[in-house]
Design a binder for this molecule. Structure first.
Ligand code: MG
Ligand code: ZN
Length: 181
């Protein structure tokens, strides 16, 4: 079985300008390339992202794919492979089972790529990221990038991530220091 990093996208890999969906909104966060490179020997990468901007009518599914392909290609040029992006296009009111913190997408990914959930990690800058990761049985890292700083009290109050990171490189180094090999 393989080990994976389940990555939130906006606010974790790229800057979360409210509902980023155009190439001009795209900006990688500091330490992302370096951190992913360090992790790529031991882990596969899966993006799991809530994209309610589609359900809210702010942008289209095509906009989402254009933006996401741009990110995936940028990483590929650095030798970093994103195995697959799972996304929820629904409005929160639709009560679907693919919107984080629901665990459908992470469980589907684990099945599809033969991933050992217990040896895998979830990284994100919102409480639903951490809740999904914990409920599915991964270890978790909360990012202070993106919206993380605004949610730090919720995180410290109830959910207990394994680590709180200032930037992606710190997150990667923590994982490598703490993985079971
Ligand atoms: Mg996020
Ligand atoms: Zn959904």
């Amino acid at each position: 079985m393989r080990k994976a990093i389940f990555l939130d996208r906006d606010g974790t890999l790229n800057e979360d300008t409210l509902y980023p969906h155009k190439i001009e909104h795209f900006k990688l966060l500091p330490g992302v390339i370096e951190g992913l490179k360090k992790l790529s020997k031991d882990y596969i990468f899966i993006i799991i992202t809530n994209q309610s901007g589609i359900g809210r009518g702010i942008y289209t599914e095509e906009d989402f794919h254009n933006f996401n392909n741009h990110l995936v290609l940028k990483l590929k040029k650095e030798g970093i492979e994103i195995k697959k992006t799972y996304y929820c296009p629904h409005h929160p009111d639709e009560d679907c089972d693919c919107r984080k913190p629901h665990t459908k997408n992470i469980k589907d990914a684990a099945r599809e790529f033969n991933i050992d959930i217990g040896d895998s990690w979830t990284i994100g800058d919102h409480t639903p990221d951490i809740k999904m990761g914990l409920d599915a049985g991964t270890k978790t890292i909360f990012m202070l990038t993106g919206h993380g700083k605004q949610h730090i009290d919720e995180i410290k109050g109830s959910l207990k991530p394994d680590y709180i990171a200032e930037n992606f490189l710190q997150a990667a180094e923590f994982i490598l220091k703490n993985d079971k090999k």
